[in-house]
Design a protein. Sequence first.
Length: 125
Amino acid sequence: MATYAAHYFQTFPQALTEALTEMSSHVGEGDPQRRCRAIEATGAAREAALPFLDAVAGCLEDENVAVRLASMEALHCAGKRGVRKGDKTLAKLAKTDPDSQVRREALGLLRHYMIAGKFGLDSVF
């Protein structure tokens, strides 16, 4: 779905804002699978999704592990500016999330964009 969405957004740029508005309204709604799909579709728009990533960043604190991981991937798809939208929450996840994969991915994103030091996470393994 994300690949189709990326192709659609590149082919029909006029529909991008409308589609992202619709997707962002579903990011926090419904069952975890539905939330993940909406988050993935939003992330597929890459940098064009930046104005809509606040809702995705809010999902970093979702109770569902898959939703938290999908949110990280969507922020990463938008680059450093996307990751900066959720950097404080990512630092919190890297330190305290009960799921080891979430902690590892959050720390990896912060390190990848060289912002881990801002939160004192440079020496964390």
